[in-house]
Design a protein around this ligand. Structure first.
Ligand code: PNS
Length: 163
């Protein structure tokens, strides 16, 4: 049984993330979507909110589960017995940082492979930061985030604007 992890900040989840989840769960027997809960990284959405949104969109996939981790990804991989890390690659700009993370993780544990799925071109411009930027200025993010969580995302971003 091949167990894979799709890790990230998911602050918030986007259609680009959903596309990777949908494709990765067809390739691997089991996929854990893992949210980094590290408080050192400032996020807009609380970890529980990010996990909850991911659970909402992932419930239609029978072999996908959602979890969170703190600390090193490679330690979490060891804990859940996963030997594949899946990442999405949108553009050349992603490559450098992803390459560095993949090498660092391999150095820490050579038994865990990092595998990349190329983003679907229709989602390659989408990132969590772009979603927050557009929604923060009142723009339409309907095409950027999964419809099941669109309202939650808009409300959260609006609540910060009105603070
Ligand atoms: O969605 P992101 O922010 O690009 O995801 C990055 C993430 C969370 C996968 C990565 O930063 C991570 O796993 N950090 C945990 C600490 C760790 O394991 N660092 C070693 C890799 S360099």
């Amino acid at each position: 049984m091949v167990r894979a992890i799709y890790p990230g900040s998911f602050d918030p989840v986007t259609n680009g993330h959903l596309d990777i989840i949908e494709r990765a769960c067809k390739v691997f027997d089991h996929l854990t979507v893992a949210v980094l809960g590290n408080p050192r990284k400032i996020s807009l959405f609380k970890m529980e909110e990010r996990v909850s949104m991911l659970k909402t969109i992932a419930k239609k996939f029978s072999n996908v589960e959602v979890d969170y981790y703190d600390g090193l990804l490679i330690d979490y991989a060891d804990k859940i017995n996963a030997n594949i890390i899946v990442k999405g690659l949108r553009a050349v700009s992603d490559f450098e940082i992803e390459f560095q993370m993949a090498l660092a993780n391999r150095n820490l544990n050579p038994k865990v492979e990092t595998m990349f799925l190329m983003s679907n071109n229709i989602y390659s411009f989408i990132s969590s930061s772009i979603v927050k930027e557009v929604a923060g200025y009142g723009g339409n993010i309907k095409d950027m985030v999964p419809m099941e969580v669109h309202q939650i995302i808009v409300e959260k971003i609006n609540s910060f604007k009105n603070d």
